[in-house]
Write a protein that binds this ligand. Sequence first.
Ligand code: F6P
Length: 363
Amino acid sequence: MKKGKRIAILTGGGDCPGINAVIRAVTKKAILEYDMEVIGILDGYDGAIKNRHRKLEYDDVSGILTLGGTILHTSKTANPYRYAVKKGGKIIFEDVSKAAINNLKKLDIDCLVCIGGDGTLYIANRLFEDGIPVVGVPKTIDNDIRGTDITFGFDSAVYIATEGIDRIHSTAQALHRVMIVEVMGHQAGWIALHSGIAGGGDIILIPEIPFDMEIIANKVKERNKKGKRFSIVVVAEGAKPKGGDVVIQRIVKQSSDPIRLGGVGFVLGAEIEKLSGIETRTVVMGHLQRGGSPTPFDRVLATRLGTRALDLILNKEFGYMVAVKGNSLGKVSLKEVAKGPRTIPADEPLIEVARSVGTCFGN
Ligand code: F6P
């Protein structure tokens, strides 16, 4: 029998800068202040399904604060309630949640800490409803988790995207071109909005505001007339034209959320060039936005969220996600989080701020 409390940590979905900082915070506080045992589940929910895990000692999490990725690894496809298996050359989905739940119960844990985005936290809520004590931590570069003002990973992605936009400026100016920078964000425009404002984008296109090609082309031409012979367009991968659809890069059949967006920047570039007559190039920031070391802001946020997750565990406040509310931390039920992603609301003040400095949203 175990002596004190034992907890497990799992990281699910896409990686992002700051995950290791959360693992470190949870584990250090658990060991240093409460003498708990900490187990790391490997490869996200895949490790729960296949019973793969390892003990996390203090030394395992020492020195990982600044590391990108996740020392526990992760999976974007393993969903215990809809697990992809190949049968007869075809992919079919099976409910293997009973096996995952049994494996987790056998670990005799007091709580499972799920660090993840909306997909991972949706599954975390189902596990909680099925009897596993769970606490969630909001992770994603997309910043699209319901119930929290911000997620860790977002600031790092915005920093990288902004650096990209800054670098594009000089070449756009030198060659009198339109340069398009496509950023990630899934169905939300948070990265595009923030990096677009930070990088001084002339046009920012987000999924929440469908764009009109004529308006974009006119903006570019009008800038040219005024002597600004270049333009910077920041486009979210999920942006779409009025009455049109998103550009899909690939379908990952074995994933519960199979659509991978990407490529709208190239479609847009061809159209802008055709309508404006100005040479246009596209750069896709892609996975660079998810890689590398977290910003100082994300390191601090991840440490705050990780240590607060421990408080929820000690108070037996299961079925909740730690959340940022203004300057302080709070909690929100996983049931609320599971309702779906948080996109940019129509009355988002930053949209007004950007418009007032002349930014065009393509509408
Ligand atoms: O959710 C994080 C994210 O990076 C999204 O911004 C993007 O749409 C998606 O993941 C990319 O997924 P993948 O890593 O499977 O290409």
